[in-house]
Design a protein around this ligand. Structure first.
Ligand code: FES
Length: 168
């Protein structure tokens, strides 16, 4: 029995070497291009952005709906998105800005939307209700209070930030 010698010819050696070096160089060139291409996806979502929503003089003790638009960028797609909040001043003159998104399944709630409950927020989808302070009425479908917007005031203008769950 003869043992076959495994030898690498000069041609094979050059072939392996050039393939390895070429692959290494190609990876070095492609990595920044791939990183550049997916860069928007890797960017952290902007935080602390506040939008001018209303003049303070327009805010009363009765919840009012204010709408505003933001430019939203999802990777390469840029669009205008309308956002809304229910805003009022409580008994201590503190501003309360509530998200209109129902905590049950995400429909929009409206203040005094039900004739039977004119002093509550009402969600028409499944008869969800919330008290004026946004707390869900027990026995109705929503299991949590409406989210509350962060806000700041400047030069007579109300600016809203992100809507957050209570206590978050
Ligand atoms: S989505 Fe509001 S009660 Fe169901």
């Amino acid at each position: 029995m003869s043992e076959k010698k495994q030898q690498v010819s000069r041609r094979q050696f050059l072939n392996y070497t050039l393939t390895g070096v070429g692959g290494f160089m190609a990876a070095g060139m492609l990595a920044p291009m791939v990183r550049f291409a997916i860069d928007p996806v890797l960017q952290p979502a902007s935080t602390g952005d506040y939008q001018a929503v209303a003049q303070l003089e327009d805010i009363t003790n009765e919840p009012q709906r204010f709408d505003w638009t933001i430019d939203q960028i999802d990777a390469w797609y840029e669009s205008e998105v309308t956002k809304s909040a229910w805003v009022y001043k409580d008994d201590n003159d503190e501003i309360i800005a509530l998200s209109p998104v129902c905590k049950h399944l995400g429909c929009f709630v409206s203040w005094a939307g039900s004739d039977e409950h004119p002093d509550q927020f009402y969600c028409p989808c499944h008869d969800g209700r919330y008290y004026k302070d946004g707390v869900n009425v027990p026995g109705t479908p929503p299991a949590a209070a409406l989210d509350e917007f962060e806000y700041k005031t400047e030069d007579g203008t109300l600016y809203l930030g992100k809507a957050k769950p209570r206590g978050a």
